[in-house]
Design a protein around this ligand. Structure first.
Ligand code: CP
Ligand code: NVA
Length: 300
């Protein structure tokens, strides 16, 4: 039988996503109260990182430990993947030894090939195209602060990147409207936009995008792998920094989110991200709870 993978949010139904968010909230309470929840006892997660990570690595490893299992960190520098062993072979070998494989890499197609050859669940921990684990945490954070996101307006400001693509998928699954404000040349994938044209709108300025918005989210202008484009991007994204002035155009109670790491003075001003009521730290913490719920969903 083919295992359940988590390559994009669309590997879940809307109801499954809501259930995972609810469970993440329960697991957060169990941890806060010191109640053991070793639901993954003796389970092992292999974590393949071909790009840097702080939050994803620590949250998956801590989460596996808290649930009674363990995680193994694998980098291309220290494994045969970095010496050209095909991902198909790596998938077949790892899946005979571990219970799930998490991978952060460049091409999304690579993770699809890994999933095709893996007999255990494969989890996307970020590709050039999608970052679904982050959306679990973002949606959990919204629900905890504001309740259901259904019917709300969400604004994405900045690059039409992997995070933006996952926001588009979340809009579809959770039934909210997504307004993307990006400069020309930085649109999200046109096919994905076309497939979701009933809930995704692209505009060219944050000022146009923000009125009526309950959630404002942004991300770095140059993602991992785009370091060479940094100078050009800084120029192209002028006017897209999320400032207090821009936030004042959104709903009075609008939340600001950022997947982190953040560059203050570029995509977000310090007074927005460091505001006393900023939820970004809780959003980061929720990576732990949401991924524990995901692991339980995939492995139990
Ligand atoms: N948001 C996020 O995925 O952070 P890391 O790159 O630190 O894992
Ligand atoms: N878009 C960013 C997200 C980092 C978590 C990147 O891919 O580098």
């Amino acid at each position: 039988m083919k295992p359940r993978h988590f390559l994009t949010l669309l590997d879940l139904s809307g109801q499954e996503l809501k259930d995972i968010i609810d469970r993440a909230c329960e697991l957060k309470i169990l941890l806060d109260q010191g109640i053991p929840h070793e639901l993954l006892r003796n389970k092992v997660l292999a974590m393949v990182f071909e790009k840097s990570s702080t939050r994803t690595r620590v949250s998956f490893e801590a989460g596996m430990n808290q649930m009674g299992g363990s995680a193994i960190f694998l980098s291309p520098q220290d494994t045969q993947l970095g010496r050209g062993e095909p991902v198909e072979d790596t998938a077949r070998v790892l899946s005979r030894m571990v219970d799930a494989i998490m991978i952060r890499t460049f091409e999304h197609e690579k993770i699809e090939r890994m999933a095709d050859y893996s007999s255990v669940p494969v989890i996307n921990a970020l590709t050039d195209d999608y970052h679904p684990c982050q959306l679990l945490a973002d949606m959990q954070t919204f629900v905890q602060h504001r309740g259901s996101i259904q019917g709300k307006t969400v604004t994405w400001i900045g690059d039409g990147n992997n995070m933006c693509h996952s926001y588009i998928n979340a809009a579809r699954l959770l039934d909210f409207e997504l307004i993307v404000a990006c400069p020309p040349g930085y649109d999200p994938n046109p096919e994905l936009v076309a497939a979701n044209k009933d809930r995704v709108k692209i505009v060219r300025s944050p000022e146009q995008a923000l009125p009526g918005s309950s959630l404002v989210s942004t991300d770095v202008w140059a993602s991992m792998g785009q370091e060479d484009e940094r100078v050009r991007r800084m120029k192209d994204f002028e006017g897209f920094e999320v400032t207090l002035e821009l936030m004042s155009l959104a709903d009075e109670n609008a939340l600001f989110m950022h997947c982190l790491p953040a560059h203050r003075g570029e995509e977000v001003s310090a007074d927005v991200i460091d505001a006393p009521d900023s939820v970004v730290w809780e959003q980061a913490e929720n990576r732990l709870h949401a991924q524990k719920a995901l692991l339980e969903f995939l492995l139990c």
